[in-house]
Each structure stands twice: as C-alpha cells, then as structure tokens.
Ligand binder design. Structure first.
Ligand code: BG6
Length: 477
C-alpha cells in the first residue's frame, strides 16, 4: 500500500497572537480579552464561581503583556520555522491591533502593517499562512460596552474586522479559520467569547445566544471571504477528540453521544448550514428562544465552510453512571471521565494516538469535507542539560505516535487531510494556566512562570526530529 502523504501536504506549526505576541500596548494596540486574564488562581474565575475582572491591577501578573515577544522576534522565529521546512504557519490576528476598541470607523494602520511584515516573512520562505480571525480574543471595550457575543451588534464589528483583513491580505493569505475552537464556548465561556454572566442570568440561554451570533458571523465571514478571495479556503475549528462511552452499556453509549453532540453542534451548523434537529429539540426543551432574524437561515446556508479544522490533544470519555462521573479529570478544558486504558501527561491530559485516527474518521464520516489538524502537541516540563541541550524524547514520542496514526487515517482509511500544524512550534503562554513551564515547543524560549528570562530561543532535540519528518514527508518518524 502507498504509505505516502501527497506532496502538497501542509506541514507546519500553530500559534495564537494572544499567547505569543506580547507588546500589548505597542503600535496603537488596544486591550484584548487575554490582556486582562492573570496568571495564577484568578485566571479562570468563572470555573471557581468568582466574578470576572474586567480591569488589570498591580496585584496580578498578566502573561500576555510580554508573552514570548513574537512582536519583536517574528523574523527570527519564522526563520527557524523555515529551517524546519515548514510549508504552513497557522497564526491568529490580534483584533485590538487592528481595531483597538472594536467599534472604530477606521482600522489602525500600524497593526495592519505589522501583519503585512509577518506574512511577507512567511512568503519569503514559501510558508503558507493559515490565519485564525479570532483565537480567544476580542476587544475588552466590546465586552464592557455591549456584553460581547451576547449582543447581536458583535456580528457587525466582527464582519468589519473581517472585511478589513480580507481586503488587505487577499494576495497573501489563502487559508482562513473564522473562530478558534468554537465549541470551547461551552467550557471556557469568558476566554472563548467574552461571556460575563449578569446576576441571575440563565447560563444556557446566554451561551446559546453567543453561539448563534458567532455562527451567523462565521457564515457571513465565509461568504465575504469567497467574494473577496475567490480562491481562498475557509474553515471552522473544533476542539476535537472523540468521546468514548465508558462501557458498552447502552446508557453510557447514549450519554457519550449526547456529550459529543454538544461539541459537534457548532461545526454541524458551520459545515451544513443549518441547525441540526437534535439542537432545535434541546432549545425547545429548555425553552430557549434565540433572536432569529428574517434572513438568518439563508445566511447560514450561504456561508458553509470549505474544510474542517480541529485540535487534538486527547480523547474523552463519558458515562451515565453518576458515581463514575465523579472520577473526572481535565482534557483540554473539558471534564472527562478517566479512561483506565490511557496514560496522561503531566497536566493530566490522557494520551491517545489511536484516538486521533478515530477522530479523523469520525469527522470525515460526519462531514465529507477536507480536514486539517491545526493543533496537536504535548505540554511538558523541559530541562536544560549541563551541555545546554534539551532532550525532549517524550515530546518526540508523543508526536511520532500521533503522526503515525494520522498517516494511517490518510493512507489506509482514505481520509482527505490538508495538513498538520503542531501546537506549538515555539514555547508560549499556556491558554488554560498562563504558565510558561507547560511547554509545547520544539523551540525553547528562556522565560519562566514568573515572567523572568532572556527570551533567547533554543532548538530542542525535537526540532531536528520534526525537521526530518517534514523533509521526508512523514516517511522517517
Ligand atoms: C487549544 C487552544 O485549546 O489548546 C490553544 O486553541 C491552547 O490556544 C492549546 O494553547 C493548549 O492548551 P493549554 O491550555 O495547554 O495552552
């Protein structure tokens, strides 16, 4: 059997502006959502039943303010991506670099010029940019003034942002994603879409309202992108990882299916252009009325995505048994029942390479659209040996097993896959914890959790390994 990926396979890496750029107040940038999210126990207040803080103070440390200072290091970083042979670099744009408050009439030229330079640098090395319009990011001003995505006016601000960037970068960027991990809205509502609940506000209703507005915005953006850039491809993005039933008891199978649907709901709409029946029934059952407007249905139909992007770190498990349900653990912000067959990372995310093949097949069976693995990687602590090297064999082993599984899905199961961008080629701030010590990179960045360090970059052992993988198009692992 032909064990090869096609020659145009887009190997590369993925980052997000809010986790790597820093320079939070340079170049006319406004304050973005992650700029007010601190490191430490107050990072995820909602999960702890606390109030979201919408202003910064001097008691907390805010990792995004400097991050890894990609803003000033991008040439050096992209040169290292090129040295590994990257064909693709997935990145996101900081909304507040371009519209500092979100509701200005005109964009900030300095912000636009910065991304011109970043794209030019990529194209110089023949690296295709894959751009996420919104990756856990939006102007704080829009949260304070309108309540973020709960408010329908967000659609217009988002589309204005899209129109600006599509027109500006139409000759530089062919691949776009409208929202990062749109289903994360269920799990990290503030980080994902700036949702702040008012007193006594119904959480489910608020979440569905945000979802509806994001889905309409996404569909409008897809249509607009196709009008401005007829050859571009626009994708959705799922925080992926199939849900397994904990046992073959039908009640467990049903429970896992329901939980899975809670995640698929968003991309079901983005890829099929309509709300699935099960979601309509859920809304009806919960008495939730959305603010459907006359042409919403048509907008959804006209703005279906061209490909399905997804992240994969781990699989998940669910059960109908309330006692077992107590034995839950983290799986990329999802709570999952511990799977007894799997080992876990230092952060408790269970490692399941075959789960990637299962997820790829599940997604293709469901949508029949090209897929793109836009995040996959291992967050781990690295140590520098006496001779200065970083021997991250655990990361190599994680990536090797996942890439093998990915190749099996492509060559043995026939799943059409556009590319693989690992998370993240370079150490950056962890989205969930704000730590630097949760390192994903094949490039090390000298910075610790307290924010100290020289920011010097260093190649890890995995850097050379991944370079070889790309060079041989996945034949040498
Ligand atoms: C994905 C996000 O959920 O997982 C990234 O798109 C994030 O932004 C990545 O960084 C890894 O999660 P964490 O919490 O370990 O940074």
């Amino acid at each position: 059997m032909n064990k090869k990926l096609t020659s145009g396979f887009l190997w590369g890496g993925a980052t997000a502006a809010n986790q790597c750029e820093g320079a939070w107040q340079e170049g006319g940038k406004g304050i973005g959502l992650i700029d007010i999210v601190p490191y430490g126990p107050d990072r995820m207040p909602v999960a702890k039943g606390k109030k979201v803080m919408l202003d910064i103070d001097d008691k907390h440390q805010y990792p995004s303010h400097e991050a890894i200072d990609f803003f000033h290091h991008f040439k050096e970083d992209i040169a290292m991506f090129a040295e590994m042979g990257f064909k693709c670099y997935r990145m996101s744009l900081s909304w507040t670099r371009i519209f500092p408050n979100g509701d200005e009439d005109l964009p900030n030229e300095q912000g636009l010029a910065f991304y011109d330079q970043v794209f030019d640098e990529c194209l110089k090395y023949e690296i295709e940019p894959l751009v996420t319009v919104c990756h856990f990011d939006l102007p704080v001003h829009l949260i304070k003034k309108f309540g973020a995505w709960k408010n329908r006016s967000m659609i217009d601000y988002y589309i204005k942002f899209c129109k600006t960037i599509f027109k500006r970068y139409k000759n530089k960027v062919k691949y776009w994603i409208t929202f990062n991990e749109i289903n994360m809205l269920n799990h990290l509502p503030f980080t994902s879409c700036g949702l702040v609940l008012e007193n006594n506000e119904d959480e489910k209703h608020a979440k569905y309202l945000c979802a509806h507005h994001e889905l309409i915005a996404s569909a409008k953006a897809v249509k607009l992108a196709h009008e401005i850039m007829p050859d571009c491809m626009v994708g959705c993005m799922l925080a992926g990882g199939s849900f397994y039933p904990y046992t073959c008891a039908p009640a467990d199978v049903w429970q896992a299916k329901q939980t899975e649907r809670g995640n698929y709901f968003f991309i079901d709409v983005q890829s099929r252009g309509e709300y699935p029946n099960y979601a309509l029934k859920w809304l009806e059952k919960d008495g939730i009325e959305l603010d459907w407007q006359a042409n919403d249905k048509e907008i959804l139909k006209e703005g279906t995505v061209d490909f399905i992007g997804f992240s994969y770190y781990c699989s998940r498990c669910d059960t109908a048994d309330s006692e077992i349900t107590l034995n839950r653990m983290a799986a990329n912000a999802f709570r999952t029942v511990r799977n007894p067959y799997l080992k876990a990372s230092e952060w408790g995310w269970q490692i399941d390479p075959l789960g990637l093949r299962i997820t790829l097949n599940d997604l293709y069976d469901r949508y029949q659209k090209p897929l793109f693995i836009v995040e996959n990687g291992l967050g781990a602590k690295d140590t520098i040996t006496k001779d200065g090297s970083i021997e991250d064999d655990y990361r190599i082993s994680y990536m090797k097993e996942h890439i093998k599984s990915m190749i099996d899905a492509v060559v043995e199961d026939g799943v059409p896959l556009m590319g693989y961008t690992m998370w993240s080629p370079i150490d950056l701030v962890s989205a969930s914890t704000g730590e630097m010590s949760k390192r994903y990179g094949v490039i090390y960045v000298d910075k610790d959790d307290s924010g100290k360090g020289t920011l010097i970059r260093k190649r890890k052992k995995s850097f050379y390994w991944y370079k070889k993988v790309i060079e041989t198009n996945g034949e040498v692992l």
